[in-house]
Design a binder for this molecule. Structure first.
Ligand code: S3P
Length: 180
């Protein structure tokens, strides 16, 4: 099967949704966000899902959503930061997409989301510490599961998008990726 999705993975607050939306627009791809899909299917928000049913239930919903969206064509897919906790999510997404890891440092992430209370896993008195801990647990997975790594620290959305687009040649040369 020809791969023709772009899948963005990375820690909370690294810019997957913002970058993904604009990237899709520039490429004339469609855009989908797995968290938004979970929220619209469940009719509630992620904080409430965690509060009422717990993380394990959220991960089940997340996996159900991935089982549907990995089959799409010409989509930029923004994933939740914990997508890598379930390898089967990545196995599915890889079937029809190239996986880009948007790599951000803990301080960059903290700056992006320090005032945002929408992430249940970061509801703590010491947000920077929570970010550092979780990031160090997950960095290896993000790295190992990605086809390409894009550094986002100290770069604008447009700079990151330009780099992704400049990689067009790489994608075209890689075995089964169709950019058109
Ligand atoms: C999570 C990241 C969130 C959301 C949920 C869990 C995580 O998505 O899926 O709060 O485990 O990293 P974003 O990465 O879009 O914030």
């Amino acid at each position: 099967m020809v791969k023709n999705n772009i899948v963005l993975i990375g820690f909370m607050g690294c810019g997957k949704t913002t970058i993904g939306t604009k990237l899709a627009y520039k490429l004339k791809y469609s855009f989908i966000d797995s968290d938004k899909e979970i929220e619209s299917h469940s009719g509630t928000n992620i904080n409430q899902i965690f509060d009422m049913y717990g993380e394990a239930y959220f991960r089940k919903l997340e996996n159900e959503v991935i089982k549907n969206i990995y089959k799409l064509h010409k989509y930029v897919i923004a994933t939740g930061g914990g997508i890598i906790k379930n390898k089967s999510n990545i196995d599915l997404l890889k079937q029809n997409g190239i996986i880009l890891y948007l790599k951000a440092s803990a301080s960059c992430i903290y700056n992006n989301i320090k005032d945002d209370e929408s992430r249940p896993l970061l509801k703590t008195d010491n947000k920077i510490l929570a970010i550092e801990n979780l990031l160090s647990q997950r960095t290896e997975l993000y790295t190992n599961y990605s086809d390409l790594i894009i550094d986002v620290d100290n770069r604008t959305v447009d700079e990151v998008i330009d780099e992704i687009i400049k990689m067009r040649d790489y994608f075209e040369k890689s075995s089964s990726y169709s950019w058109t």
